[in-house]
Design a protein around this ligand. Structure first.
Ligand code: SF4
Length: 458
């Protein structure tokens, strides 16, 4: 039996997807995945360095490995991802428990590095700046049978002042158009119903032959069997009205757009090198909300950025009130070493950042709650993703516009589309009951029995 490996993933969807590629690659090399860290012979941390607490969390995890390494001398600890790329050999120096450091551009070499580390009893680092092999050419072991990430591009050219991504993931590189379509078709053949097109800035996708993101999205939406298409992430300077109209027209393109605002102040947006104004963002947000019925708009906000004055902060508050996002991911600014912002004076105290965070967070919670309450009494279609962690009697899934819905039901519904009537709502999720008995296949009927959706034979 092959060696057992365990992967812990930090950060964004791109990283989660990379972890599936790592799992696919190692499985192909006869390693075996385990979900129990204690059973693993190879532990892999696939890291993210976008937020400060990601670094802290990694080092917290690494320090906890001391006793495990003591008990299991042959255990190999691997750090992959953005922190590996950023710190390279320094990581080996800083953490004595790490055996292998491998950057995103060298993931294909991981099985070889593990072997070399064992044979030579050496600690190794491979994190080159240019891709040695496209990660998308590596095999993938998906976590979900019915949902998949599909990277359409890697890297980023935007150099937002606070962001480390262009330094660790390199310049923007779009995958060939036909290659993306072939992979989408293969996913559908494999039973996938929901595909998320991934890139740091999907709207700047281009295939070198005049075809951009609009054309790619349109082509993927025409593949028979793709029930839901999502994409992440959009950049406000590049999201086009054509893409907005396409979302409105195509039933299988989900009515959800994540559009990071970051700040409502033009002065701060300019400092951040975001290349759009609050007026442009407002125009886009109203276009989206006018043209796409039932759309949900989510965003990212950074509070307390370097020289953010009270007036700048209130501009952000004003934008939250005007755009009325369904959801916002709010962060206190913390400078990431190696970025332009890290070379400037951070003038806002921690306490002040926390105050601004609380204010924006409270406001957004209220807006999200109000928007979610408007769903009470309505029926929505939910793609069921799993059992609820909080209530074992419930299952959960997402609507087309990315609302999380919890409702009583059995595990057999995981991966299926279910009609759910919404009976309650909080700021972060909706609560419902399965709506009507509905035929899900030619052989099965589903009925509500004792409050649960259950299958009966024809
Ligand atoms: S668009 Fe800006 S924030 Fe997004 S990955 Fe690129 S540099 Fe980072």
């Amino acid at each position: 039996m092959g060696k057992k490996f365990y992967i812990r993933t930090f950060g964004c969807q791109m990283n989660k997807h990379d972890s599936e590629r790592i799992a696919g690659l190692l499985s192909e090399c006869h390693f075996q995945e385990t979900l129990e860290i204690g059973q693993a012979e190879v532990i892999i941390y696939n890291t993210c360095s976008v937020r400060e607490n990601a670094d802290n969390r990694l080092f917290g995890h690494l320090s906890q490995l001391a006793s495990l390494k003591e008990r299991k001398r042959s255990l190999k600890v691997v750090v992959a991802g953005c922190i590996a790329q950023k710190m390279k050999e320094d990581l080996l120096e800083r953490s004595p428990h790490v055996d292998i450091v491998v950057g995103p551009n060298d993931l294909g070499a991981l099985p070889h590095l593990i072997r070399m580390s064992e044979e030579k009893k050496a600690r190794l680092c491979q994190a080159r700046d240019k891709p040695q092999q496209e990660i998308t050419s590596l095999p993938s072991k998906r976590k979900s049978a019915f949902k998949a990430w599909l990277p359409i591009m890697t890297g980023c050219n935007n150099f937002c002042s606070y962001c480390i991504v262009p330094y660790v993931r390199g310049r923007e590189h779009s995958r060939p158009f036909e290659e993306v379509l072939t992979e989408a078709q293969e996913l559908v053949n494999d039973g996938v119903v929901e595909i998320t097109l991934l890139g740091q800035n999907v709207n700047s996708y281009h295939d070198g032959n005049g075809r951009g993101f609009f054309h790619l999205l349109e082509a993927v939406s025409q593949i028979e069997g793709v029930k839901r298409i999502r994409f992440a992430t959009s950049h406000p300077k590049d999201l086009s009205p054509e893409v907005i109209d396409l979302i409105a027209q195509r039933e299988n393109i989900c009515n959800h757009i994540h559009l990071p605002l970051q700040s409502g102040s033009n002065r701060i947006l300019s400092h951040m090198n975001r290349k759009y104004t609050r007026e442009h963002f407002l125009h886009l947000a109203s276009l989206i909300q006018e043209r796409i019925p039932e759309v949900a708009l989510s965003t990212d906000i950074i509070v307390g950025y370097l020289s953010e004055e009270e007036e700048d902060f209130w501009d952000t508050v004003d934008m939250l009130k005007k755009c009325r996002f369904d959801q916002a991911f709010i962060f206190e600014f913390s400078p990431r070493p190696g970025t332009t912002a890290s070379m400037m004076e951070d003038r806002i105290s921690k306490a002040e950042k926390q105050r601004r965070f609380r204010m924006v967070n409270d406001l957004q919670k209220e807006i999200s709650w109000q928007k979610n309450r408007s769903y009470i009494g309505r029926c929505v279609t939910v793609l069921v993703e799993g059992r609820s962690k909080k209530d074992p009697g419930e299952i959960w899934g997402r609507t087309d516009n990315n609302k999380v819905v919890n409702f009583p039901g059995s595990s057999e519904l995981i991966g299926k589309m279910v009609s759910v009537k919404i009976v309650d709502a909080g700021a972060f999720s909706l609560k419902g009951i399965a709506h009507v008995p509905r035929r899900t296949t030619s052989h099965e009927n589903w009925v509500i029995f004792k409050g649960e959706l259950q299958r009966i034979s024809d």
